[in-house]
Write a protein that binds this ligand. Structure first.
Ligand code: IP8
Length: 256
């Protein structure tokens, strides 16, 4: 099975609260449709999307004002993430891709570690549907916590023995330095996870759940193994389709 992560910086405009990149979402849905129609009976896919400007600014504002996720913050973030999920589902459904949204807050909680009951996700996938999950707010001991879509990605990858994970981001792949600040940053095309973790400089983190390196570091931490990770630019047409086909991929291919 394969997992696609729609980065929040791809499906929304990160700097503008509650701004949707509708055109990009539609283009991505069209690429999934193309892949789905070609491989229909054999498609085993889970989609996870990030929060972007529907999640992170609200959480940041909340933490600034109250230093914690209050009840009201939980409810508000939950609502807007659900709304973003609806937009993603709508684009895929109008492309005849049989998706079904699953709110992570209903199946996951964090105590010492993250615990998710993935039974329904598995059964829906086995029945031919494509579950769509997202970064969300979840119960955490006596309070609440932000659960990144990345954590969900790795948990599902481990549980269902995924053979490929595709991260759609707003850059062309994994660079050794931040390509937005350094012109001489080098794109790592075919590398092992260990090599990435050794070579890549920490870029600093702008959102509440981590950056690119953090995504990959989590895979190592959780001992995820035996799969290929594709990090590609979600703004460029054809990248998602090629990554799903695992051929002619323009971006980073990382062996985990
Ligand atoms: O963008 C974060 O998910 P991510 C979700 O996948 C929220 O890290 C609610 C900020």
């Amino acid at each position: 099975m394969k997992i696609i992560k729609f980065g929040g910086s791809v499906i929304t405009s990160k700097n503008d609260p509650l701004s949707l990149n509708s055109n990009v979402i539609i283009e991505l849905a069209e690429e999934i449709r193309r892949y789905y129609l070609e491989f229909k009976d054999r498609v085993k896919l889970v989609i996870v999307h990030g929060g972007g400007s529907y999640g992170h600014p609200l959480v940041i504002e909340c933490l600034k004002r109250f230093s914690t996720l209050t009840l009201e913050c939980f409810a508000k973030v939950s609502y807007f993430m659900n709304l973003l999920n609806m937009y993603v589902l709508e684009a895929l459904l109008s492309n005849e891709v049989p998706v079904v949204g699953i709110p992570p807050k209903a199946i996951c909680k964090v105590s010492e570690t993250l615990e998710c009951d993935l039974t329904t996700v598995n059964q829906l996938m086995e029945a031919g549907l494509i579950p769509v999950l997202y970064g969300d707010v979840v119960l955490y001991n006596n309070g609440f916590k932000v659960l990144s879509g990345d954590d969900i990605v790795w948990m599902i990858a481990k549980e269902f023995n995924a053979n490929a994970v595709i991260f759609l981001t707003d850059v062309d792949g994994v660079y050794d330095r931040n390509p937005k600040s350094f012109k001489d940053a080098t794109l790592l095309t075919h590398v092992s996870l260990d090599e990435v973790l050794n070579r890549v400089e920490f870029w600093g983190v702008k959102d509440v759940t981590g950056g690119m390196l953090e995504k990959l570091r989590k895979a190592k931490e959780l001992n995820v193994r035996g799969l290929r990770v594709y990090v590609v630019n979600g703004y460029k047409r054809g990248n998602l389709y090629n990554a799903l086909r695992e051929s002619n991929v323009l971006g980073s291919v990382i062996w985990v």
